[in-house]
Design a protein around this ligand. Structure first.
Ligand code: ADP
Length: 399
């Protein structure tokens, strides 16, 4: 069975064609500058040179048409016919309070995705365009929506409700949803299966540390807590996002800088986080690490602040679960930055967590990095959101 996985952004579209019999990627690519001059499509197949084409893509529909053309091309294609693609899985940011799981797309599903435009103004419109583009170019092929918010829907009201008047929740569904849900779901389940965690010992903390970062706590794969909120701005200090702060900061800045709330939120999303703390040196942790080694105090501050918030979140989640059986690191920093993992985990030495220094050198590979006598098992497990989306798609279209 072959599944096309689509991650549509407002001006870009990433895709992978996955052969689900072997769970292997047979082609992948990226369409950039959709709706803007200078559109470009990069198409990659294993073992062959990248194929790059510059062609107009006024809408997502033309972008999908180019992708399909490349996939069936006699020279560099990987399938002989579009009908060889059995289903399409779409990453959709927000499913609101309606969807707690992935679902086959029909008119009702599209209506809900549209109703959530307010909750995911940058992503949901683009995600819907991706779905409609596939419907137009591949009539009869089923589309599945996989929501980034599904995992967080496992939270109980005491965790997801904001302590503000109820009318805002009932009228507008203002609550904590959590994001990176596909990754947290995938990695928490991989932790249980890779670590062979026995029943009754499946309290897992997943640290998804990348440019956007979030941490989740789950029991038996069901989310108890996750650090992002109504939007991905809540929670940890991130690459360019501030993470949680006193909302009065927004009012203060808007008043004193004569700034609109929209502009202030853009600043908090794009110009804050470790980028801001490092004095605009970088949002990339490799640069910050080098700065730290060179004695740059702002880089030290940025990294210490990032770690501090991660440590406090992990500590809080351990208490909320009454203990923890496994802690797993994933995403760009979590998979590659052994120094970050070690410095975070060192704070939990008091409860008997021990990291094996040699194993912790691992980069981008599945590995248990704790010592045999560690009281809690610690893992690195690469996330694979595309595979998670494809697995859900297969499950839903073959029922
Ligand atoms: P996104 O949230 O954009 O999906 P990723 O999960 O791809 O982000 O993570 C990207 C980030 O991972 C980069 O900004 C970089 O800071 C960090 N990163 C990647 N490789 C390393 C490394 N070897 N050491 C430290 N940080 C790294």
């Amino acid at each position: 069975m072959k599944v096309l996985v689509i991650n549509a952004g407002s001006s870009s579209l990433k895709y992978q064609l996955i052969d689900m019999d072997h769970e292997s990627v047979i082609a992948k690519g990226l369409c950039e500058r959709i709706g803007i001059d200078g559109s470009k499509h990069t198409y990659k197949t294993p073992g062959r040179e990248d194929y790059v084409e510059e062609a107009p893509m006024p809408t997502h529909q033309q972008a999908i048409a180019l992708v399909l053309k490349a996939l069936v091309d006699p020279d560099h294609g990987v399938v002989s016919n579009i009908n060889d693609i059995d289903a399409v899985g779409h990453r959709v940011l927000h499913g609101g309070s309606t969807y707690t799981q992935s679902i086959v797309v029909d008119e009702d599903v599209k209506k809900v995705i549209r109703e959530c435009f307010d909750l995911g103004p940058l992503h949901n419109p683009a995600n819907l365009m991706g779905i409609e583009a596939c419907e137009a170019n591949m009539p009869g092929t089923p589309n599945v929506a996989v929501f980034d918010t599904s995992f967080g829907m496992g939270m109980e009201p005491y965790a997801y409700r904001y302590a503000i008047p109820e009318e805002y929740y009932t009228k507008y569904q203002l609550r904590r949803y959590g994001f990176h849900g596909t990754s947290h779901n995938f990695v928490s389940h991989e932790t249980i299966s890779y670590g062979k965690l026995p029943e009754g010992h499946r309290r897992v903390i997943v640290c998804h540390l990348g440019n956007g970062s979030s941490i989740s706590a789950s029991v038996d794969g069901k989310c108890l807590e996750t650090s992002m909120g109504l939007t991905p701005l809540e929670g940890l200090v991130m690459g360019t996002r501030s993470g949680s702060l006193d909302p009065a900061v927004v009012q203060f800045i808007c008043d004193h800088e004569n700034m609109s709330v929209d502009d202030c939120l853009t600043m908090l999303n794009k110009k804050s986080g470790v980028l801001a703390l490092s004095g605009n040196k970088s949002s990339d942790f490799r640069d910050l690490r080098q700065g730290e080694l060179d004695g740059d105090e702002r880089c030290q501050l940025a990294l210490e602040s990032f770690r501090h918030h991660a440590i406090m979140t992990i500590g809080g989640y351990i208490s909320a679960m009454g203990g923890v059986d496994a802690i797993t690191f994933t995403a760009g920093i979590g998979e590659n930055d052994g120094d970050m993992r070690e410095k975070i985990m060192k704070h939990f030495a008091y409860m008997g967590i021990k990291i094996d220094e040699e194993k912790n050198q691992v980069r981008g590979e599945k590995m248990e990095i704790s010592t045999p006598d560690s009281t809690v098992r610690v893992f690195v497990i690469p996330t694979n959101e595309e595979l998670a989306i494809a697995r859900d798609t297969v499950r839903l279209v073959t029922r």
